[in-house]
Design a protein around this ligand. Sequence first.
Ligand SMILES: Cc1cc2nc3c(=O)[nH]c(=O)nc-3n(C[C@H](O)[C@H](O)[C@H](O)COP(=O)(O)OP(=O)(O)OC[C@H]3O[C@@H](n4cnc5c(N)ncnc54)[C@H](O)[C@@H]3O)c2cc1C
Length: 619
Amino acid sequence: MINEIYDVIVVGAGHAGSEAAAAAANLGSKTLLITMNMQTIGQMSCNPAMGGIAKGQIVREIDAMGGYSGIIADKSAIQFKMLNLSKGPAMWSPRTQNDRMLFAEEWRIALEKTPNLDFFQDMVKSLIIENNRVAGVITSLGLEIRGKSVVLTNGTFLNGLIHVGDKQLGGGRMGEPRAFGITEQLVSLGFESGRMKTGTPPRVDGRSLDYSKMEEQKGDENPKNFSYLDNPKLTKQMSCHIVYTNETVHEILREGFDRSPMFNGTIQSIGPRYCPSIEDKINRFAERERHQLFVEPEGWRTVEIYVNGFSSSLPEDIQLKAMRHIPGFANAKVFRPGYAIEYDYFPPTQLHHTLETKLIENLYFAGQINGTTGYEEAGGQGLIAGINAHNKVHDKEIFTLNRDEAYIGVLIDDLITKGTDEPYRMFTSRAEYRLLLRQDNADIRLTEKSYNLGLANEERLIRVQEKIDKSNQLESFLKDTSLKPGVINPILESISSAPVDQAYRSAQILTRPNMTLEKLEEIDFIKEVTHQYSTEVKEQAEINIKYRGYIEKEKDNVAKLTRLETIKIADDFDYDNLKSLSAEAKQKFNKVRPKTIAQAARISGVSPADINILLIYLK
Ligand SMILES: Cc1cc2nc3c(=O)[nH]c(=O)nc-3n(C[C@H](O)[C@H](O)[C@H](O)COP(=O)(O)OP(=O)(O)OC[C@H]3O[C@@H](n4cnc5c(N)ncnc54)[C@H](O)[C@@H]3O)c2cc1C
């Protein structure tokens, strides 16, 4: 039925698969996206939201590279918030609340408009492997589809097992079948696999809730976009609501503990540490009298509500009984109970930085299959796997991002080098250069790289070049413009900053705590110039001036570490021969096979002494 030989076959159309397929196809690869159900392309399995702390930066990076997640999040947004504005710019993190149905629809529309991309609905059961190289896939209908490379993005579907109380159902998501065959084949080929767990809260009927008992949480007054392209911004937004659990809710939830798969030993696998179930929270933090919940709308045209923070795999009757004691939920009607799911993943130390597997050539893994959690983490990996699958079959250079270039680089390096035995999510604290990896400058960091690959289009490159030029212009203006005491002192006084007794450059004044460009714009001759620039340009210039010292310091540190990055270690290096290396270091080096000294140093359990021994030997 399908006689074509594809350059890239992507298995699974979740967040990783959709980005991988878009990247490979846009680069010019003849690409096939094969997924179990064409209705669930880009489906949000859990939270109807994109971005948030560190994850928002990843969405901006995907967008800067020419990926689709940011555009789709913008098109389906019902609320926008820039989180952490009270902290420094490294911490500012965009987040949208999304219309779940629209999100999936927009993904499908975007993919259908992508050139070189074919679709097929079927379940992949196994891979065709010839001479340790992947050569295609075999589906449950028995079709053999040939491809020069394959990207596996199976998410939570591999041998997925759903738990609701003491009931268990096979499935990859509630209502969707699980995928089988792939894990077993890969294990027989020598891959190591493991089990992880995640969970989701109940969804309720918004018409049955009393919002007057909850605290309203509106979106930002001036909503922004994820995408650097000039797309329309939200003109109206939907509110979320905040509410708290209480002792009665906890008491009722405890009644179900003996039927909880989490506590009676049925679920053995590890779940996301930072997204625990409500039963886990009341068990681990028994002293806490209440836990915060976010009541989030699922979209413009549906009454369905997502109860964020109430993830549970307790029996459905207990979930409902407890929920009815949350303020505003007395008459709550449940659309879908919460549940937990266990699934197979493959420890990511079995991958190269390109996300190609070390064991089978031209086979790539991206997303939850690598032990991560989150749409954004999945999308970022999908993009990199899609690019590299294309490059490999076209004999082009590999493409990777370093830790000082992108959160996506930090994510992949952490996975490949350290591995993960619990669902991995991104945090700003995982990045050592977070002042360089801001949400406002992802385009400056990445668009040119992506343009050179052939992915980001010329419009993006022109826009980013204009942004750089204009922000340089504005910085020069602020560095050159003096402010006399009579002009600036009233403003300094208004922010309780010491007055000046001589003229100072605007840029110098701007470096003071609490001083902002917006404040300086109270001076007419400043405003006359600044009003010609966009908000993005002003933000860029202001950050560059205010944080220059810190930014330069981080750049120095990057330069120092880059030196270690250039000291390469051969793939077949014999660690066992280095007698003085610790046993742990030998074991880890043999497993990870670091490509550089810097990568070796990042492996957990490797000491500076081990690195010194390696350095001396290599010298
Ligand atoms: C119940 C639940 C709760 C979750 N809770 C959270 C949370 O609290 N926080 C969080 O950040 N993330 C959560 N997630 C995870 C989040 O949904 C994933 O991280 C994200 O969707 C992963 O994207 P992905 O592309 O790797 O996989 P998925 O989005 O799972 O997509 C996998 C795709 O592959 C397809 N597929 C799978 N196997 C095959 C096959 N053999 N043949 C053809 N097609 C196949 C599926 O149909 C699907 O389209 C949860 C997921 C679930 C299911």
